[in-house]
Write a protein that binds this ligand. Structure first.
Ligand SMILES: *[C@@H]1O[C@H](CO)[C@@H](O)[C@H](O)[C@H]1NC(C)=O
Ligand SMILES: *[C@@H]1O[C@H](CO)[C@@H](O)[C@H](O)[C@H]1NC(C)=O
Ligand SMILES: *[C@@H]1O[C@H](CO)[C@@H](O)[C@H](O)[C@H]1NC(C)=O
Ligand SMILES: *[C@@H]1O[C@H](CO)[C@@H](O)[C@H](O)[C@H]1NC(C)=O
Length: 395
């Protein structure tokens, strides 16, 4: 028999788990949050701000982590200034950020991705400035602009109020890393750039043309042994379009459209006033997760346990992926934890989702079942000043 005293001692020394997250806000800040989950009692998890930087002010819009090199890049959309900026920071185990550099770029960078041999490049999608720009980050303390293109539409798109100009909304890599793709919400295109072998220079190649009024915003890839699939979120049409990607011998990509469904799944309807936002594959590549804004489709208990007023929530929708066909099957439509889930991140283990709620100035962390893909309880939440634009795990 184990003496009671020893048993409680051995339980007490089981370490709790802790993780850091970075949050960007239009208040001008990057906040480092510490998530602590006491062992054996997830219901007492805490999410607390431990550090704040205003180095990416005035309009932090997107965070890109280079974890192996302890570098964080932040794009400032420049909503109140003539230019946007890109900042680099040194990260640290204590959550503090030490700024290394900050440079002006064309206005409106809302997304960035590390690319190129050795991860020496950073590619930007510039919504407000209708541009695509690449930087060298080979020395994070000496950021330099490499190449840039600005786009003009010959006429507005079929949604003239949102498609009055080109609006590049994300920069992402294909699974080979040889191509940078940039969904352009205003132009109904996914712009494609072939990166030179072993270098950082690029040339633009034939784009993917979407159905007018789609408003391409973000995309995600699935590479199986046989095929490559791409899933594109249309913010304006609230659609997910699935494509098979074909690599042509002339260094271009072709896309075979497999299906187009709305973000709530085949045959479902999307609430009026909705704008789809983020799309991400689970780390095991078995599920696809999408966020949908402006729905006001759930009421959930207040995160403040002393406040009995329920709060309004938008939706996070999960689908399982068929690796043979690239097809999607709806798994769950769950509350996002508040209004305007502009962006979310799934941790590497796949058992948590951090969601940034722009209108509510809140970050929530939701439990996720890796096997079923179902989102479960909210583990913790934190209030953040201003409009939350992005939240990422430090891993
Ligand atoms: C877990 O934590 C919650 C909140 O702090 C507390 O109310 C509850 O009693 C704890 N449960 C156990 C089994 O320790
Ligand atoms: C900053 O903005 C001005 C005015 O729009 C523009 O002329 C200039 O090229 C921008 N600078 C950079 C580095 O993009
Ligand atoms: C590249 O090859 C594809 C497939 O054969 C073709 O459709 C496309 O027009 C070619 N593009 C260029 C720029 O030659
Ligand atoms: C309670 O929550 C509601 C909804 O979020 C909020 O509007 C209200 O200000 C809160 N009340 C207090 C006393 O914090």
């Amino acid at each position: 028999m184990i003496p009671v005293g020893l048993l409680s001692l051995s339980l007490a020394v089981v370490p709790s788990s802790a993780a850091l997250l970075y949050v960007s806000s239009y208040a001008g800040t990057i906040t480092t949050l510490s998530l602590t989950i006491p062992s054996g009692n997830a219901s007492s998890a805490t999410l607390e701000a431990i550090s704040t930087s205003d180095g990416c002010a005035p309009s932090p819009a997107w965070l890109t982590l280079d974890y192996p090199n302890s570098r964080l890049y932040c794009t400032d959309e420049g909503l109140t200034t003539p230019n946007g900026t890109v900042s680099s920071f040194q990260t640290s185990d204590d959550g503090s950020l030490v700024q290394l550099d900050k440079i002006d770029v064309i206005s409106g960078p809302v997304s960035a991705v590390i690319y190129g041999e050795g991860g020496d490049g950073l590619a930007l999608a510039q919504y407000g400035g209708s541009s695509f720009t690449t930087l060298s980050i080979a020395d994070a303390a000496a950021l330099t602009v490499l190449q840039s293109e600005t786009y003009k539409l010959s006429q507005p798109g079929s949604n003239p109020s949102r498609q009055e100009a080109s609006h590049p909304h994300e920069a992402l890599l294909d699974p080979t890393g040889d191509y940078i793709l940039v969904p352009d919400l205003g132009a109904d295109l996914v712009r494609i750039f072939k990166v030179e072998e072993g270098g950082l220079e690029w040339t633009s190649v034939d784009p993917l043309v979407t159905v007018p009024g789609t408003g391409p915003r973000h995309a995600a890839f699935l590479a199986t042994d046989e095929k490559t699939f791409m899933y594109l979120v249309g913010e304006l049409a609230n659609t997910i379009t699935g494509y098979e990607v074909v690599y042509n011998s002339n260094s271009t990509l072709s896309f075979v459209e497999l299906f187009a469904i709305n973000t709530h799944g085949e045959g479902e309807t999307v609430p009026k006033g909705t704008t789809a936002a983020e799309i991400e594959l689970s780390p095991d590549e078995k599920f696809l997760v999408v966020s949908s804004r402006g729905e006001n489709s759930f009421t959930i208990p207040n995160f403040d346990p002393t406040n009995s007023t329920e709060i309004i929530s938008d939706a996070i929708i999960s689908f399982s992926l068929d690796h043979a066909t690239g097809g999607l099957t709806h798994v769950q439509t769950a509350p996002s934890g508040g209004r305007i889930p502009r962006q979310f991140s799934i941790n590497k283990a796949g058992d948590m989702v951090a969601i940034g709620l722009q209108s509510d100035g809140r970050v929530v962390v939701v439990k996720r079942d890796v096997q079923t893909g179902l989102l479960g309880n909210f583990l913790a939440s934190a209030d953040i000043a201003g409009e939350v634009t992005a939240v990422i795990f430090d891993e």
